[in-house]
Design a binder for this molecule. Sequence first.
Ligand code: ATR
Length: 270
Amino acid sequence: MKIITGVTRVYGILADPIHHVQTPQRMNEHFAALDHDGVLVPLHAGADTLARVVEGLRGLRNLGGVIVTVPHKTAIVELCDEVTDSARLIGAANVVRREADGRLVGHMLDGEGFVGGLRDAGVDPRGRSAYLAGAGGAANAIAFALVQAGVSRLTIANRTRAKAEDLKQRLARLDPAAVVSVGTPDPSGHDLVVNATSLGLREDDPLPLDTTRLAPGQRVCEIIMQPRVTALLQAAAQRGCAIHHGAPMLAAQIALMARFLGVRGPTAVA
Ligand code: ATR
């Protein structure tokens, strides 16, 4: 068991709900593998308390930083003192480093993590068509990463259509040649189908897209870690689709997040 002492470096994950997060276990295992004297703990902050919580983080001198997840990835950007180019472009961050002077620097790794997880599973998005449900923080990051990875075309569908239209405009600035459209809940005709909404986290959530339109040959992907098999993945498997769980995205991100937080090995240098 990890012994926590007065010199142990502290990290957190900000989420709401918090019970499902798997990052504490995964990151603490990673710290142990690196022989890093650090501990990551769950921090349950609601949308109504996020600003006060983040203000408090600046004053915690033994804090290395925090990982940020649903529903805070977009809101956190305005609360950081600085964000990296990718977080600014995407408009969301999922990791925040606390510098020695208390300044908070946000960065976004969801896109890199998602594409890394796909590649780890032997799937290269290059040349494939992709359907993306959602236009929030995670969806923005994944959309940018899919375009950068060379998908043949991308369809974005979101409850709030204006957010999908806005994402489409920003993707056009990143790559004017990218073929991006705003669609409906119908994912038919796409090789990759990705749910980047928060639907599926709660048992009574409706499905994020019309699963009756799914067919064999499509690969349906979740970024939700818990439950491992969401209602969407269940329906996709029943319709003969390949399924891709949320876990590979986190696995691909753990080392990247730790590095951004300044963890290099036995001592933290952030
Ligand atoms: P994250 O940072 O994890 O991406 P987010 O930015 O709050 O979280 O984005 C949540 C996504 O889930 C959004 O695409 C949101 O749709 P809206 O942009 O219309 O809000 C989507 N979402 C959340 N609840 C939903 C619901 N009940 N029905 C449909 N979409 C929903």
